[in-house]
Design a protein around this ligand. Structure first.
Ligand code: CTP
Ligand code: MG
Length: 269
């Protein structure tokens, strides 16, 4: 986390925030993490949401936040939590001065939109917002560096389309016939196919407009880039590590453990 210009710090539960105390106009855009963590983990199941399950001595969300909060370019983090959340206060970051907790929404995109609204109180609309799933604990510093570098060197384009971590598809991909649901209709050429990961980074103002438009049009948005694409913009695909998986089903948790252990052995965390 940056300490320059006194621009970071203190939010706790959202009151008395010092995040963004430094004026941003006339300076380079800052970088803010937005972490949607208000999901119930229905596909995973169980009484405790997946972001709070134990993984290599910490809980999932602690790993996800650590990479973001330890990065020197990241000025602060807005975290969207469910109203029913009874686990966050027991985590290591519960009273971290640069984490602002806000209420999530019904869908992931509502949680992100709520976080952006809170961020707009102190961030500039040209600042970068890095949206990262709480359920992705294996994000490495090197992938985050690569994403931030793509924003900084202008390769993310005209400055408004942003960039996302993504991984080329190596499997052969089939399209099922709509009527049967399980009969192959055709095979999709995979050369241009990528799996979209997070973080995904966009200027705050552009992402706010994109999500508001998607909501007004009733479009189902499963990642932030989709909303940006609907504005006619073309985010940059930044090739990332395939171990940055999203924990979705129970079998993903031991995989994440394996990846974290491998990363530790290789000095990547
Ligand atoms: N998320 C959120 N608000 C929601 C739904 C999801 O903040 N209303 C967050 C989740 O906590 C997760 C991320 O968005 O960190 C990605 O969503 P997903 O993997 O779908 O998690 P869940 O919605 O919790 O899982 P499921 O869809 O299986 O219920
Ligand atoms: Mg979900």
């Amino acid at each position: 986390m940056s300490t320059e210009n006194g621009s970071r710090a203190g939010a706790g539960s959202g009151s008395g925030t010092e995040i963004g105390a430094g004026a941003s106009s006339g300076r380079n855009p800052r970088h803010w993490a937005v972490v949607p963590a208000a999901g119930a983990g229905r596909r995973f199941g169980g009484p405790v949401p997946k972001q709070y399950l134990e993984l290599c001595g910490r809980c999932v969300i602690e790993h996800s936040l650590a990479t973001l909060l330890e990065h020197p370019a990241v000025d602060g983090c807005v975290l969207a939590l469910s109203a029913e959340d009874e686990w966050w206060t027991d985590t290591a970051y519960a009273s971290h001065p640069a984490v602002q907790r806000i209420a999530g929404g019904t869908e992931r995109s509502d949680s992100v939109a709520n976080a952006l609204e809170a961020l707009s109180e102190y961030a500039d609309e040209h600042d970068w917002v890095l949206v990262h799933d709480a359920a992705r604990p294996c994000l490495t510093r090197s992938d985050l560096d690569r994403l931030i570098a793509a924003l900084g060197d202008g390769s993310a384009g005209d400055g408004s389309a942003g960039a996302l971590l993504a991984v080329p598809v190596h499997d052969t991909v089939k399209v099922a016939d709509a009527a049967s649901g399980d009969r192959v209709l055709r095979t999709v050429p995979r050369e241009q196919l990528w799996r979209a990961y997070t973080p995904q980074a966009f200027p705050l103002g552009t992402l706010r407009r994109a999500l508001a438009r998607a909501r007004d049009q009733g479009s189902a948005i499963t990642d932030d880039a989709s909303a940006i694409e609907q504005l006619g913009l073309r985010p940059l695909l930044v090739s990332g590590r395939s171990d940055n998986l999203k924990i979705t089903r129970p079998e993903d948790l031991p995989l994440a453990q394996f990846f974290l252990e491998q990363q530790q052995e290789q000095g990547l965390r």
